[in-house]
Design a protein. Structure first.
Lengths: 117, 113
């Protein structure tokens, strides 16, 4: 049981380039999330999805787009990368939303480290 | 604005000793509070989840407490081991539609032999 898998694990981009981060979960979870983690700051929510075919903006959505065409996959895209997007990106999934402590527990992937030069 | 503040930012302890990490929050209305452990280069892993009615919860050598009146939580590590070296993140959930989790900045713990 792999849980939450992120690819790629590392990537270096030049300013203006585009890329897509892939998140896959095999736990049949409804909710999926993309976070970024920067030094000295808490994880910040970029976008999330409450089910297949749905997406919603989080706390810091500008410069990113997402898609959830299949329940098990959640893609994060950067159309024109900027140095401010240098960060570690984490995907997470949960059975349901954060209100229910039993089903709202987040399961995280191992992270994708992105550097934009 | 919902905020979660953790202290200290970092600490060093000797193997076998105990330590306590603090979490203060202003998230409202409160739903639940979680502690996560994040090893270097890995994703966070859940340690405990507590609701309003719970004031203590244990997971092995980790014990979390919650005082919903003062909006404070603590994570106590007993008889620390080298494998406890990690960042510990406090996360508070608000009663609202969608995902309303507020993450603290974490406390980095280094256990030395």
């Amino acid at each position: 049981n792999a849980g939450v898998t992120q690819t790629p694990k590392f990537r270096v981009l030049k300013t203006g380039q585009s890329m897509t981060l892939l998140c896959a979960q095999d736990m049949n979870h409804e909710y999926m999330y993309w976070y970024r983690q920067d030094p000295g700051m808490g994880l910040r929510l970029i976008h999330y999805s409450v089910g297949e075919g749905t997406t919603a903006k989080g706390e810091v959505p500008d410069g990113y787009n997402v898609s959830r065409l299949k329940k098990q996959n959640f893609l994060l895209g950067l159309e024109s990368a900027a140095p401010s997007q240098t960060s570690v990106y984490f995907c997470a999934s949960s059975i349901a939303g954060g209100l229910n402590p039993n089903t709202g527990e987040l399961f995280f992937g191992e992270g994708s480290r992105l550097t934009v030069l | 604005k919902n905020q979660v503040e953790q202290s200290p930012q970092s600490l060093i302890i000797l193997e076998g000793k105990n330590c306590t990490l603090q979490c203060n929050y202003t998230v409202s209305p409160f739903s639940n509070l979680r502690w996560y452990k994040q090893d270097t280069g890995r994703g966070p892993v859940s340690l405990t989840i507590m609701t309003f009615s719970e004031n203590t919860k244990s997971n092995g050598r980790y014990t979390a407490t919650l005082d919903a009146d003062t909006k404070q939580s603590s994570l106590h590590i007993t008889a620390s081991q080298l494998s406890d070296s990690a960042s510990y993140i406090c996360v508070v959930s608000a009663k609202a539609a969608g995902n309303k989790l507020t993450f603290g900045g974490g406390t980095r713990v280094l256990v030395k032999p």
